[in-house]
Design a protein around this ligand. Structure first.
Ligand SMILES: [Zn+2]
Length: 281
C-alpha cells in the first residue's frame, strides 16, 4: 500500500458535495396524484409466480401497485415506454438523482436521450424503515438484477430462473421478440422490497432479509405509457442466497388502477428531455 501523505487526514476531512442537488428537479404534484389514487379502481391484476416474471401494461395516468402476498418476497422491476423499448428505466441516473434507495415522491427516470420520469412512487408502506444501522434500506437502485452470467463466472452454474432470465422470457412472451433480442432490452432494475446497502468497511454490496410482509405495497403513477415486467426473485426475501432454488419464494401481485376520468384534468405526460442533442457539432 502507498504511504499516506502528511495531510491525509485533512484531505479526508473535506466535506462532501451533493453531485446533483434536486432543488431544480421538476417536482411531481403528489397532491394531485393522491387525489387521483383515492378515486382509482383496480382494472387488472397480474400474479407473478415465484422464480418467474410477468408483464403488465398501462397508459399514462394510471397507477400500478406491487403487493407482497403470502410471504416476504423481493421483486425486480423493469420498465419500458410501451411504444418504444429503447426508452427504458435508467437505474444509474435515478441513483445519482435520488440516492441509493427510492421512496414516496421519487421517480424512475428513463435512459438517454429521453431522461424523463417514467413512474413516480406515490405510496410506500415500507417508508418507516429508513436507513438501518448497517446502512441498509429498501427499494434499491444500487443492485443490478441476479443473472446467470455472474453465477457462471463465480460458480460455473447454469441456473435459468435468475431475474435476468425471468425478465427475458416474460418480455419475449409479451412482445414476440426472439429470446436473444428480448434479452438485450432487459436492464438494471428497481429492487422492490429488497433490503440492501454497502458495507462500511469494504464497500461491498450486501443484502439482508427484507422487512416486507404480506400486505405491504409500493404504488407508482405511470407518467408515460408503460410496459412493465416484474420478477419474483429466486432469492425470496434475499436473507441468504439467490441464483438457486434454495430460498423460500412467494408470488407477488401487481394491480393496475385507473383513476376517475376527471381526476387528472390539466395533467400532461412529461415530454422527452429538452437537450438539443447537437453535442457541440
Ligand atoms: Zn433476482
Amino acid at each position: 500500500m502507498s504511504e499516506a501523505p502528511h495531510d491525509a487526514e485533512a484531505r479526508r476531512a473535506v466535506p462532501p458535495v451533493i453531485c446533483y442537488p434536486t432543488d431544480t428537479l421538476p417536482r411531481p404534484d403528489l397532491e394531485l396524484y393522491s387525489q387521483a389514487l383515492a378515486s382509482a379502481e383496480v382494472v387488472d391484476v397480474v400474479t407473478v409466480a415465484p422464480r418467474e416474471a410477468a408483464t403488465f401494461r398501462m397508459p399514462a395516468g394510471q397507477f400500478f401497485r406491487i403487493v407482497s402476498v403470502e410471504g416476504p418476497q423481493v421483486g425486480d422491476l423493469n420498465l419500458w415506454n410501451a411504444a418504444n423499448l429503447t426508452e427504458r428505466f435508467y437505474s444509474g441516473k435515478t441513483r445519482a438523482l435520488h440516492g441509493t434507495h427510492l421512496t414516496t415522491g421519487e421517480r424512475m427516470w428513463s435512459c438517454f436521450p429521453y431522461l424523463r420520469p417514467m413512474a413516480t412512487i406515490v405510496a410506500d408502506s415500507l417508508d418507516w424503515y429508513g436507513i438501518d444501522s448497517f446502512g441498509g434500506s429498501v427499494h434499491d437502485v444500487i443492485g443490478t438484477r441476479c443473472d446467470p452470467y455472474t453465477g457462471n463466472l463465480l460458480s460455473g452454474t447454469q441456473y435459468h430462473h435468475c431475474c435476468h432470465s425471468n425478465l427475458t422470457r416474460a418480455l419475449c412472451d409479451a412482445t414476440g421478440l426472439p429470446l436473444h433480442e428480448a434479452e438485450r432490452h432487459v436492464h438494471d432494475v428497481l429492487n422492490v422490497f429488497m433490503c440492501t446497502g454497502f458495507t462500511r468497511d469494504t464497500g461491498q454490496y450486501f443484502m439482508k432479509a427484507s422487512p416486507v410482509r404480506p400486505g405491504d405495497a409500493l404504488t407508482l403513477f405511470a407518467e408515460i405509457d408503460l410496459l412493465g415486467a416484474l420478477s419474483a426473485c429466486p432469492g425470496g426475501d434475499c436473507s441468504a442466497e439467490h441464483s438457486s432454488d434454495t430460498a423460500a419464494c412467494f408470488p407477488l401481485r401487481v394491480e393496475i388502477l385507473r383513476p376517475d376520468a376527471q381526476a387528472l384534468t390539466g395533467w400532461q405526460p412529461p415530454a422527452p428531455n429538452g437537450y438539443d442533442r447537437s453535442h457541440g457539432r
